[in-house]
Design a protein around this ligand. Structure first.
Ligand SMILES: O=C(O)[C@H](CS(=O)(=O)O)OP(=O)(O)O
Ligand SMILES: [Mg+2]
Length: 231
């Protein structure tokens, strides 16, 4: 396996067979818990306006996301895994718009297999990709994209995924958690002047949670969507 790590939401300069886009705080932790709460699929959109317009034609769809981390007027949910964990979403379709993870995923569609994850599902995703693709005759090129352009949260998780893919011990479980916890993206949850950000969100983003699925992006339709793939 040829594994490349990238940071930011732009399209990686290397063509891959498999791409894993990481957003720990909070986009793909939100997606993970939305699927756990029963959502059928999660459509990915670039702008809040697009999402709101789309719901006018699909009134049962639920909008989740943020702009600069803050709730979006007219959306059903914030970019909050704590809020999503409390919802009954069986059979529902979500539409997600966020600053880093969703935008990065939309810029990484040109690959054979596109997965997305936070820290919660990182180990399951890495083990699934290793089992599915590592022993193929023509070793795959794998891009791991830490979607925040400069911060440690997504990059530490990307290094963790790489270490599982390679079976190395480049980074310990505790080191990943510490680097996420110390990241700039985590600071807002401890800032008294920002009551909009619940500390429970960060605690959920920091929790590795085994599951029977990975999150794969289906880019074959007009609107890319996250679907669960049972492992
Ligand atoms: O909502 C979030 O926590 C972040 C915003 S920021 O990176 O902290 O500014 O959005 P996401 O797209 O989930 O990284
Ligand atoms: Mg993030």
């Amino acid at each position: 396996m040829q594994i490349h790590l990238f940071q930011g939401s732009h399209t990686p300069p290397v063509q891959s067979n498999v791409t894993i886009v990481v957003d720990v705080i909070r986009a793909f932790t939100v997606s993970f818990y939305a699927l756990l709460q029963g959502a059928d699929r999660i459509l990915l959109m670039e702008t809040a306006e697009q999402a709101i317009k789309f719901r006018q034609k699909n009134p049962t769809f639920l909008l989740a996301g943020e702009t600069n981390g803050y709730p979006i007027e007219g959306f059903n949910f914030e970019n909050s895994p704590y809020q999503i964990k409390q919802q009954e979403l069986k059979g529902r379709t979500l539409v997600q718009k966020t600053t880093n993870g969703v935008r990065a995923a939309l810029n990484c569609l040109d690959t054979e297999h596109l997965f997305v994850t936070g820290f919660a599902g990182a180990k399951t995703t890495a083990e699934y990709v290793r089992e599915e693709f590592a022993d193929r005759l023509d070793p795959p090129v794998i891009n791991i994209v830490a979607s925040h352009p400069t911060d440690e949260d997504d990059f530490a998780c990307a290094v963790y995924i790489k270490s599982i893919l390679e079976g190395s011990r480049d980074i310990s479980f505790l080191e990943v958690i510490n680097r996420i916890r110390q990241s700039e993206a985590a600071e807002k949850f401890f800032d008294e002047k920002k009551p909009e950000f619940k500390r429970e969100d960060l605690l959920i983003c920091l929790e590795e949670r085994p599951s029977d699925f990975v999150m794969k992006v289906n880019g074959t339709g007009k609107i890319p969507m996250i679907e669960r793939v049972i492992v």
